[in-house]
Design a binder for this molecule. Structure first.
Ligand SMILES: Nc1ncnc2c1ncn2[C@@H]1O[C@H](COP(=O)(O)OP(=O)(O)OP(=O)(O)O)[C@@H](O)[C@H]1O
Ligand SMILES: [Mg+2]
Length: 309
């Protein structure tokens, strides 16, 4: 297996508005590599350039400069070959309203030159939970079902890379879990998954690697665990048996706060002082501790820091 499913070098995009002659720089020289067999989450606020990047990789939008290598093939030199490595689920739910899921999959398979006997229409429909509606008009499907049908369509030619632009937007919890289980299954079979999402909690749990885009620039990129570990802030909440009369003297690097329920919240840099040391200070000051909870940094903290100007 190739080390990297996708490699971008200095990819930029400028949109030209032919009416007002204005230029919009949507991507600024992005370089990143995505290892094969991983789940990669592309995050960023609205208008950051996520869909632009996804569409460029998918070959739906032209880049202005840079090199994109898909499974080792330069996309510009081998556009058709590199297209066969990708299954793409766009952000918009664009489906032919008069085709049934079964027909839509058969036509898509035909477009990719998959032979009839090699098609897995029934199996794919089952996997995405559309067997019951396989012969219904697409226009009669719910939003979540349409999303699933788009995923099914992207998989007909068994591509090694699956690209999903906001796969779980507007999808209920049960379906989201089902989608994620399926995405994990695809990763176990060696596929590389590239997705965008606005659900940071979900991205933290599910993605092996994360990139954060802001105003077209890459502001964070790395293993999810590493990004979280880099954040040094930690919060300790100490629930007390009795109200605090006098705040203990904490080191200046610790920010103490009494919460509305009477508990003591301590924000601190875990590389400077330990949780144990803080508890010792509380005990030394005769605070009677009932319970302790700690909050680790979450992806939302990484995200907020990354997009701060
Ligand atoms: N066809 C286009 N012509 C001109 N500008 C465009 C075009 N498509 C996107 N843009 C601009 O490029 C920037 C990036 O847009 P893009 O759709 O890639 O953002 P996004 O990160 O996917 O946002 P969202 O989270 O809202 O989906 C925005 O400023 C947008 O207005
Ligand atoms: Mg988008």
């Amino acid at each position: 297996m190739l080390n990297y499913a996708l490699e971008l070098t200095g990819v930029s995009k400028v949109y030209n508005n032919h009416i007002n002659k204005k230029k919009k720089r949507a991507l600024h020289s992005l370089s990143l590599s995505i290892p094969s067999g991983s789940i990669f989450g592309l995050l960023g606020p609205n208008g950051a350039g996520k869909s632009t990047l996804i569409n460029i990789i998918a070959g739906l939008t032209n880049k202005s400069s840079g090199i994109i290598s898909i499974c080792g093939y330069d996309q510009q030199l081998y556009p058709e070959k590199s297209r066969t490595f990708l299954g793409v689920v766009p952000q918009e739910l664009n489906l032919d309203p008069f085709l049934s899921p079964r027909e839509a999959l058969e036509i898509q398979a035909g477009l990719f030159g998959v032979r009839k006997r090699e098609r897995e229409t029934t199996k794919i429909l089952e996997k995405v939970g559309l067997s019951d509606v396989k012969n219904a008009y697409a226009r009669s499907l719910s939003g979540g079902m349409r999303r699933r049908l788009l995923i099914a369509k992207a998989l007909v030619h068994d591509p090694p890379i699956l690209i999903l632009d906001e796969p779980t937007a507007g999808v209920d919890i049960e379906l989201r879990e089902m989608l994620w289980n399926y995405i994990f299954e695809l990763r176990s079979s060696g596929k590389t998954i590239i997705l965008t999402t606005h659900y940071l909690e979900e991205a933290q749990k599910m993605c092996d690697r994360i990139a954060i885009l802001n105003k077209g620039s890459l502001v964070e990129f790395g293993k999810t665990k590493t990004l979280l570990h880099r954040l040094k802030n930690k919060i300790l909440i100490i629930h007390l048996n009795k109200k605090i009369v006098q705040m203990p003297n904490f080191p200046t690097t610790v920010i103490p706060k009494i919460k509305s329920d009477g508990s003591l919240e301590l924000s601190f840099d875990r590389t400077v002082i330990s949780t144990e040391k803080l508890i010792d200070i509380c005990r030394d000051n005769h605070l009677s501790i009932k319970d302790i909870t700690t909050c680790e940094p979450v992806l939302e903290d990484v995200f907020k820091l990354a997009i701060k100007d």
